[in-house]
Design a protein around this ligand. Structure first.
Ligand code: 5RP
Length: 222
């Protein structure tokens, strides 16, 4: 926050601008996946104030609680098998549309929701745009055999102070350098004990909305 506590910082204002622009992509009657994080916190009121009839699925307890407070209609993801749109933040966004997510440890649920959505929209402030993705890559690991899984992964460590995921997973991060994220994602996917990782391919991403000051850049990706 700035000097005036009512005044959001420049980055907070960008998060809000991107989130509000994304809310305009949602149409009456849609099934909507709600991501997790500080950018998504600006999406929820922007959606609620449109008074649309929506069926929403939340990717975290924090998102679910706020969405309910704002009057959005939430359903468990056991009740729906597909979504029309999902909107979520990101930690890093590469020029080709690959993103890293999971700074809040919610990437497993976020990836399930993103894949189920016809349109997956990433929203962010300008600081999330990077020339190339790099470590850390968030991980969710099974508690069973955790030391062996960490050993197999190599340069991975449990995230200090991170609570278990809502599904009981251990949140960790991988610190190894990688160039092309695609083969690295394949390696991670093939590691037993790894529930999921925070590398999201461009093929999963439909749109990226990044705010630069007052202007929201809208890129169509996959
Ligand atoms: C949570 C996430 C978030 O979307 C990501 O960390 C971005 O968060 P924020 O909007 O607070 O910068 O992946 O697991």
């Amino acid at each position: 926050m700035g000097i005036d506590s009512q005044e959001p910082s420049a980055l907070e204002a960008e998060k809000r601008a991107a989130a509000r622009a994304s809310a305009m992509l949602v149409e009456d009657g849609m099934r909507v996946g709600l991501g997790t994080g500080s950018t998504v916190r600006y999406l929820l009121p922007a959606l609620a104030e449109r008074h649309l009839a929506l069926r929403c699925v939340a990717t975290s307890v924090a998102t679910e609680l706020l969405a309910r407070q704002l009057g959005l209609s939430l359903e468990p993801f056991e009740a729906l098998d597909a979504l029309d749109i999902a909107i979520d933040g990101a930690d890093q966004i590469a020029p080709d549309g690959w993103v890293i997510k999971g700074g809040g440890g919610a990437h497993t649920r976020e990836k399930i929701v993103a894949l189920a959505a016809t349109r997956f929209v990433v929203i962010a402030s300008s600081d999330k745009v990077v020339p190339a993705l790099g470590p850390p890559v968030p991980l969710e690991l099974l508690a069973f055999g955790l030391p062996a899984t960490l050993r197999a992964l190599g340069d991975a460590r449990v995230r200090a102070g991170a609570p278990a995921s809502p599904d009981g997973g251990v949140i960790a991060d991988h610190y190894a350098s990688f160039g092309d994220p695609a083969p690295f994602a394949v390696t991670l996917d093939a590691t037993p004990g790894l529930v999921d990782h925070g590398l999201f391919p461009a093929s999963m991403v439909s749109d990226v909305l990044v705010a630069h000051g007052d202007t929201v850049e809208h890129r169509h990706v996959g």
